[in-house]
Ligand binder design. Sequence first.
Ligand code: GLA
Length: 645
Amino acid sequence: MEPAEGNFQFSWLDRVLDLLHARGIQAVLGTPTSTPPAWLHARHPEIYPADQRKYRLGFGTREQRCLNNPAMRDHGRRIVEEMAKHYAEHPAVVGWQTDNEFAANLCYCPVCAEKFRVWLREKYGSLEAINAAWGTSFWSQEYSEWSQIPLPWQVKCGDFHNPSLQIEFRRFQSQATVEFQREQVAIIRKYAPRHVITHNLMGLHNSMDYYDLGRDLDFVSWDNYPITPWWSGLSGAALAADVMRGIKQRNVWVMEQQNGITGWNVMGRRPSAEWLRCAAWQTIAHGADVVVFFRWRTACHGTEQYWHGTLNHDGRPRRRYREMAALGLELRELSEALNGTIPRGEVAIVNSYDQHFALDIQPQAEGLRIWDQVARYYSALKKNGLNVDIVPLTVDLNRYRLVIAPSWHILTDEDASRFTEYVRQGGTLILNARTGVKDRVNACRTEPLPSLLRDVVGIEVDDYDPLGKDENKIRTVKGKEYTVSVWADTLLLKGAEGVAHYADSIYTGEPAITRHKFGSGTAYYFGTFGEPALYDDLLAQILDESGITGRMPLPEGVDANWRERDGERYLFLLNFNDSARTVTLPKGLTPLLGNSVSGDSVMLPAYGVGIYRSSPYTVRAQDAGRTLWSAQAPAKRHDARAKVP
Ligand code: GLA
């Protein structure tokens, strides 16, 4: 779009957009700042980011830019302004995606160093305040000039800098990305106020604060590639989808949904049509209102030649084209019924990127990662067919009967009073080991753990053992044993009762999991990390105690989620197994898609999708007498082929 400085060329894109418009296709434009051109780098080599060794990265892929760099900012604003002016009134354009898959600007260049110091000065006011808060007397690190404050550059001690310096750097560079985006958002809003603005987030990515990034957007979008060579598979895509929906607590778009074989130099396996359909419906079940597939035609050039699209390199409609077309038709047929529905949970897992930063900087024991912990609870909840909201602590917790806070490591006074009030007013709270260890600047708190929350949970951490991969056993008061690992807090009861005790170590007999009545509510403390059965069993008990009804036990590999609107509920069932599964359903559900209910259960074929409505729905006149969705879904999808040009 700008092949040479100041020479803006939009005619090629105009042609594409005109063509889309003529075919009734709407477009979201991406701003191109993730791929600055070679001429810009030649002119401003200082745009290249520097790594922790201060080594400047070079040209050749993408994202080779420091978002704090003034020339980058300048040229970023200019291209976005030119685009926004040019396309504000184009009839095909409905919105914008800022840049691409933002991460924290983890650059270590001199501009970043200088801006970091200015940022710290504004935040702390004086060097005395920094020295006091960070405890810089340790290893003679007191700063007497602002210029002495380093970035966490790689030095003799590796990157083990002061944890306070490190967390502030993470926050600063997260904020840098937010500000970079904010400039683009302001320009687009000025020239194209009728367009929506979104960004494609990366699910469980955690280098930056997604709540801050989301604040400036109309809605969040995200990219979903469940079958890639490097996918972690943590609870499938369901967890990522719920994290994404929780960023703004509203429905999302999927901006890039996998629709074929993925990979750059090495490819992942070829997904089946049934799997692709099931994976797409899963994102909708968890709150997507739009699913955009990536990509249209597989690129013949460049790094992503083997990241497959709807069309292969030859550009001819083949198998995937027909599969996508059939799915498109199915989505279109159901879209009116589902329009305006949203998922909503009675259970919340609270999330904060500060906790991710702190545990990334000092994991303390192998396996002590926030998403791993979230996944333990999340999987147990999802096996019961419950919706789970994953939200920041700033939401009104009182709308949930159960709140789970995995390792709320950095605990501020405000956080503590939110948790405390929630339990006092009748909520059930689950806290985990390593809660309340640090203050806002990542320095250790001096109260007994879990510091400000010990009255709520009625315990004190007496000592701990960072188990990592080593295993221990716990035994519940009911006599059942479970294997635990990662971490073991030993607890002193200060009003709480023991739910489980260690059974195989120097601390055998000491409490590991506790329960405490506080105010009108209940607080659990899990001092250790168990095998899945521990969460399955204890959460079943805790859900019952907290009055959460509607549990629907699901077979392994079947995901379920509800969307609702005006008291009407829609159950989505997704069978990710390669053979059929039967699910027992609550009473009164009628199918919109998939097999009909027989007795109180339904059979889902391999990779089958079922959507069930909880109360009578008025069928549109033109649909009366027509079974739109049924066990004959494959045949229906076959029919669809004929209708697509
Ligand atoms: C990401 C990016 C896309 C593309 C795909 C495939 O999700 O947003 O630009 O690179 O991955 O690799």
